[in-house]
Ligand binder design. Sequence first.
Ligand code: NAP
Length: 452
Amino acid sequence: MVCYVLSNGINQDIIFNMKYRVAIVGAGPAGYFTAQALQKAQTEELTFLIDMIERLPTPWGLVRSGVAPDHPKIKTVSKVFEKIAKENNFRLFANVELGKDVSLKELREVYDVVVLATGSPEGKKLGIQGENLINCISAAEFVPWYNAHPDFTKIPIDLNTDTAVVLGAGNVAIDVARVLATDPKKLDTTDVSEIALSIFKASKIRRVVICGRRGPEHAAFTTPELRGLLNLENTDVYVDHTQINDAITRISKIGLVEKETKNNLEVMKQIANRDRNDFERSIEIKFLSTPTEIRGNGKVEEVVFQENEANSENVLSTNKTFSIKTGLVITAIGYNAIAYPGIEVENGRVINIAGHVRQNIYVVGWAKRGPVGVIGTNKSDSSDVVSLIVSNLTEPRNVSGIDGLLKPGIEVINQLGWEKINASEVVSGELVGKPRIKEDDWDRLINLGTTR
Ligand code: NAP
């Protein structure tokens, strides 16, 4: 037999028909695309047994609890996830929590490779006075609330105010503003949380103001999301055309400008030039406004802003201020990853080099690169990390996987259990013309997904 050594030092004879056990922690897009890349990387000589471990009783991560309910097309990626899950080298262990039911140390011992795909679940803080007032809520809570995430069903949300302020000029801010300013009847045929839907129907909010601290040319919106605002029925969208024209003048003085920036400004110009319909509901986008204080007597009443001015190089603060009276503030200013014993987080990300954390631990998705990128970004990113994993593989350790680790009493929801939950939600939805009615209660989810 010919025996040769691969570039990573593995003897080719040894890896022949060898299986590597991989644990992926987190069943969101980055986790599924990692599983897919591992499946695609398989050859006759190299195979992977993949266990996906998820804290919630349900998989799909942000596709279930992040994507806005009125964006059903984005959710169709879940069909790809289910195809990945149907492969016979894939197992789901939902309702199993890293750090509670299993430790990272234990996982490292029973898998050849552990991949963290745990996302960035914590909302960033503004760090200004008044941020802790009642009804100043992070999008990291508000979005999962309206998406029926079982951890957020009980957070108090009061929409008994005519004006809401959304801080941040990114896609999450657009989602939140649109959901708040849309006629709730439009959500009737979506999978929005039933609790949220009834609160939206009673909502007094008619004006939503999105506030970005820099200029329109620096906004983090993507063009399709902005364009979506042009198509809103029964909601006016305003942006000050002077702010847009000034931004266009500024970027014309800069040599190289990204295509997305130009496209964004083009759409914002269209928004600015549109006739006003004087609908009852509106969204207004305000730039060059840094929130400096949230005021209120126990509860949000007003946001104070400092006005900024921009030149082609910088955004500078002025000494002018203004304020907006409001009873609800949603902060949509980004997210942070969370640390686990043995895993450190710096600048909101798990410390890593190109996805490698240390030894046999890797990280993908927002936990790796920070909270940037749309769902599809995870595909190439996870694929790059899997290439690194493959090139770093040493001999398989003949390890046993998670089964022996789980203590009696942990009610694991496997793929079959999840399919039962999924089918039940879809059937309940079909009866009333919705894609599904999401179950939002931990116990009921566990009941549906296990045989208990
Ligand atoms: P983001 O795109 O990073 O936007 C965050 C915004 O918050 C920026 O405008 C930022 O301004 C602002 N900000 C940060 N700190 C601030 C502070 N202290 N005070 C005031 N403003 C502050 O984050 P995101 O909106 O959470 O979105 C996260 C990722 O998910 C993005 O890649 C986004 O495209 C993606 N996403 C996609 C979709 C979709 O495709 N449908 C939907 C939702 C989210 P500066 O630029 O000045 O820092």
